[in-house]
Design a protein around this ligand. Structure first.
Ligand code: NBP
Length: 471
């Protein structure tokens, strides 16, 4: 009998997704470029309905029509290589699903390419890492509605569930799914960096790992409840078996950044959308990776000569407020970018549905996403998340503590680039009058760019005859 589903690419994500799909009652055929991986995987699971295949021909022949082939290989060239080899083997109406972290513009190109070949294509972002893939990820599929309808039962059965709702929805046509996954990853960068900044303040204030574990455990019972806060609490409880020291203290402070974070920033710049919190998070990783340069500079560039002395309990409350407010800003920016691109592409995106499928399965899953879902369910036209009644109240309530935390960090030389970028966005956005009047004067001065006036209707442009300067 033929398989219901096929998967190509048996690395971490592929293997776990296969076991997930199989566990929902589907028979799954598998193929991997290196055949020994397939053999080892299938023989490690003798009780499962798996069909191991050693050639793509055998793989394709083992599938029921319309064939559903998921590709889970390294993003970029490998995806094209696999598609290229599949095309002559598949038949009209068969479906290829790319579940990797492909760049959405590649997905758009493949969508057009496969349509010409008479095949159906879904570019689906799959979030949640290894565990999500195995137990239920958040899935962000893009492609034609009619293809989604065919895939819906399988996607819904393998995805995470929150309050009985599957963490998958048809995002939109073409590259929409991979696009939303990309921004999701950018938001993930922001969430992680904000937590790290909270940690750096506590560390400077002398908190022990034990105290940090207690703080994050407590936070995980409140508004900040989320997977990332939860694992952070666990991290602080973990000691290094070799030295007995808290494991965080022996881990080197250099992080990598690749693909999706960088793509998110480039896309924001192209669309003229501010995502300063995510920017700060990506840049913080870049700075972290310059370890040797930082070590060298640390002996040459001075910081403030102060001793941080604060009342710990009060600090915990303030940092919590600052973290929550900054997180709201990060999501406001990320969702603004999604909305802007969605509009420009005519994707007709449903922000409430997108926030809803992030509530489970993925790394950014959090209680707070219920509030975001509600915000857009109540008002699909919301211009900025900050202006939703619930979030507006939180920001108004937290802004004082947020400022105090940023000021404390700055005066003590503790880098908090994402906290301060978030606050900078908040203060800029809420200011009726910024300093761009001077900027316009400068532009008009050196380039006769003209300006609009406060006392004249918008759209009327003026120029001043500036004096000549001799330098
Ligand atoms: P990798 O991204 O490490 O890819 C390894 C797989 O790609 C192997 O099966 C390998 O086959 C196959 N492959 C390569 Br490399 N080049 C190939 C080619 N030219 N033709 C055929 N197969 C080729 O695996 P992963 O970490 O499981 O991730 C898979 C996708 O899911 C990626 O796009 C990733 O960004 C995304 N993703 C990963 C995570 C995560 O937590 N790891 C989370 C969410 C999304 P081989 O065995 O023959 O070398």
């Amino acid at each position: 009998n033929k398989s219901d589903f096929g998967l190509i690419g048996l690395a971490v994500m592929g293997q776990n997704l296969v076991l997930n799909v199989e566990s929902r009652g589907f028979q799954v055929s598998v193929y991997n470029r290196t055949g020994s991986v397939t053999d080892e995987f299938v023989s490690a699971h003798p009780d499962k309905k798996l069909v191991g295949t050693q050639s793509l021909e055998e793989f394709v022949q083992s599938l029921a029509r319309p064939r559903k082939v998921m590709i889970m290989v390294k993003a970029g060239g490998p995806v094209d290589a696999v598609i290229e080899s599949l095309i002559p083997l598949l038949e009209e109406g068969d479906i290829i699903i790319d579940g990797g972290n492909s760049l959405y513009t590649d997905t758009e190109r493949r969508d057009a390419w496969l349509e010409k070949e008479g095949l159906r294509f879904i570019g689906a972002g799959v979030s949640g890492g290894e565990e999500g893939a195995r137990k239920g990820p958040s899935i962000m599929p893009g492609g034609p509605e009619s293809t989604w309808d065919v895939m819906k039962p399988i996607f819904e059965s393998i995805s995470a569930k929150v309050d009985g709702e599957a963490c998958v929805t048809h995002i939109g046509p073409g590259g929409a799914g991979h696009y939303v996954k990309m921004i999701h990853n950018g938001i993930e960068y922001g969430d992680m960096q904000l937590i790290c900044e909270a940690y750096s303040i506590f560390k400077a204030a002398g908190f022990t790992a034990e105290e940090l574990a207690a703080v994050f455990t407590e936070w995980n019972n409140g508004d900040l409840e989320s997977y990332l806060i939860q694992i952070t609490a666990e991290i602080f409880k973990q000691n290094d078996p070799e030295t007995g020291a808290p494991i965080v203290d022996v881990i080197l402070d250099t992080a990598g950044q690749k693909g999706t974070g960088r793509w998110t920033i480039m896309n924001a710049v192209e669309n003229a959308v501010v995502i300063s919190t995510i920017n700060a998070a990506v840049e913080a990783r870049i700075l972290s990776s310059m370890k040797e340069k930082r070590v060298d500079a640390s002996t040459q560039l001075e910081g403030p000569k102060v001793e941080l002395s604060v009342e710990k309990a009060a600090l915990v409350d303030k940092v919590r407020d600052a973290l929550y407010a900054s997180k709201i800003i990060s999501y406001a920016q990320g969702l603004d970018l999604i909305a802007t691109t969605g509009e420009q592409k005519g994707w007709n995106l449903d922000l409430a549905a997108i926030a809803a499928i992030w509530r489970g399965g993925c790394i950014i899953r959090a209680r707070f996403l219920n509030r975001i879902t509600d915000a857009y369910r109540n008002n699909a036209e919301l211009s900025n998340l900050m202006l939703d009644p619930f979030f507006k109240d939180v920001l108004n309530k937290n802004q004082q503590n947020w400022r105090e935390v940023v000021a404390l960090a700055v005066s003590n030389g503790i880098p908090v680039p994402a906290f301060s970028a978030s606050l900078g966005y908040y203060d800029s956005y809420r200011n009726e009058r910024l300093s761009a009047n001077l900027l316009q004067a400068q532009r008009d001065f050196f380039g006769a760019h003209t300006y609009e006036r406060t006392d004249k209707p918008r759209g009327e442009f003026f120029h001043t005859d500036w004096p000549e300067v001799i330098d």
